[in-house]
Design a protein around this ligand. Structure first.
Ligand code: UFG
Length: 339
């Protein structure tokens, strides 16, 4: 049985990935500092899969704690690294928090992996590394543009650190560039837990529908798109989780072509904000209270992935639809409200 460490394994994408790893027969050890997650998620993962993952509460900015972790847990086959701060707006307000959290933790992990002879590493990246891209769909060879936030910059720097390190060490790394993750596990036992007022579209929609928020603001209807609202590529979190399993298997089989590879993880389809609202209303039979307001600063018009490289090389493709994502997000929101 292969043993995989998942940092940030109690977070939104991390918890879904732990479930899929366990479903595929991997042994999982979770590292999480609980700074943006709840320990309750551990029991919820266990109740879905019937297997309790090992858990260590560790802040990855503490290199000594990482050293102790690898003394205690040996024969690790690979690491999937989710642990990071991820709020774009907060990163503008607190850049040093983001550089410290996202970059120091990565460097310490890579240093300790080398000491312990661990070679396989999957990195959580984002389509934000492309910045204001020139053409859609975006493929992996599109250049990095100036990052629009410190958060985005940490993802660009993270990938550069991996590329440079993989050139001169035994590191074999894959970076997955996520488009917009949505949805929840079909059991409604795990999902996204936004703290405070959600910044992202889907949690804001579900909180509005359930009555926690009065009204959804649609940020701009004067974009150059068919209905004037911005277009994104919404990828179901369960599909996204499965992409990590495919990527880890590729490394474990040594099927990677170079020591550092990147893949877009999206559906390849773009939907406008109004299309998302309509799909939510249809699939859940709910009416959503929304109004059109001005554009949000920093938003781009259209973003969707060319996923052909991931489809061909990772033997993976998104199977769940936008409506699947919106139905599961709604089921999850309702289960939270009914607690
Ligand atoms: N939107 C609204 N109202 C809201 C929230 C969002 O109209 O209340 C719109 C946005 O303007 C955008 C779309 O819905 O057009 C999606 O917005 P999100 O905030 O959900 O997602 P973004 O595409 O802005 O951000 C996502 C990730 C970031 C990542 C970024 C890269 O959440 O982590 O993609 O472009 F950095």
């Amino acid at each position: 049985m292969k043993r995989i460490v998942v940092t940030g394994g109690l977070g939104f994408i991390g918890s879904h990935t732990v479930v899929e790893l366990q479903n595929e027969g991997f042994e999982v050890i979770i590292i999480d500092d609980l700074s943006n997650s709840s320990i309750e998620v551990l029991d919820r993962i266990t109740s879905i899969t019937g297997i309790a993952p090992a858990f260590e509460k560790i802040d990855l900015k503490n290199q000594g704690a990482i050293q102790n972790f690898f003394k205690k847990h040996q024969k690790i086959d690979g690491i999937i690294h989710f642990a990071a701060s991820k709020a774009v707006g907060e990163s503008v307000e607190k850049p040093l928090k983001y550089y410290h959290n996202n970059i120091s933790s990565l460097i310490y992990l890579l240093e300790e992996m080398a000491v312990n002879g661990i070679e396989h590493f999957i990195f959580s990246s984002s389509c934000t590394v492309y910045g204001k891209a020139d053409k859609m769909p975006i493929n992996e060879s599109a250049p990095f543009k100036t990052a629009t936030s410190p958060y985005g910059n940490t993802k660009q720097i993270g990938e550069e650190i991996l590329a440079d390190t993989a050139k001169v060490t035994d590191l074999r790394a894959i970076s997955l560039r996520y488009f917009n993750p949505i949805g929840a596990h079909e059991s409604a036992k795990i999902g996204e837990l936004p703290i405070g007022v959600p910044q992202n579209l889907i949690p804001f929609i579900t909180q509005t529908a359930v009555g926690v928020r009065d009204q959804l603001s649609v940020f701009g209807n004067d974009y150059d798109t068919p209905d004037g609202t911005a277009i994104r590529d919404y990828i179901h979190v369960v599909d996204l989780a499965k992409a990590h399993i495919s990527a880890m298997k590729r490394l474990l089989k040594h099927s990677n072509k170079t020591s550092f590879e990147v893949f877009n993880i999206g559906t390849g389809k773009g939907y406008s904000v109004l299309e998302v609202i309509k799909a939510f209303e249809e699939v859940n039979n709910e009416k959503l209270n929304y109004k059109i307001v001005g554009r949000r600063e920093g938003d781009v018009t259209t973003y969707y992935a060319d996923t052909s490289y991931a489809n061909d090389e990772l033997d993976w493709q998104a199977e769940l639809s936008l409506k699947d994502g919106l139905a599961s997000a709604w089921k999850w929101q309702q289960s939270l409200f009914n607690k």
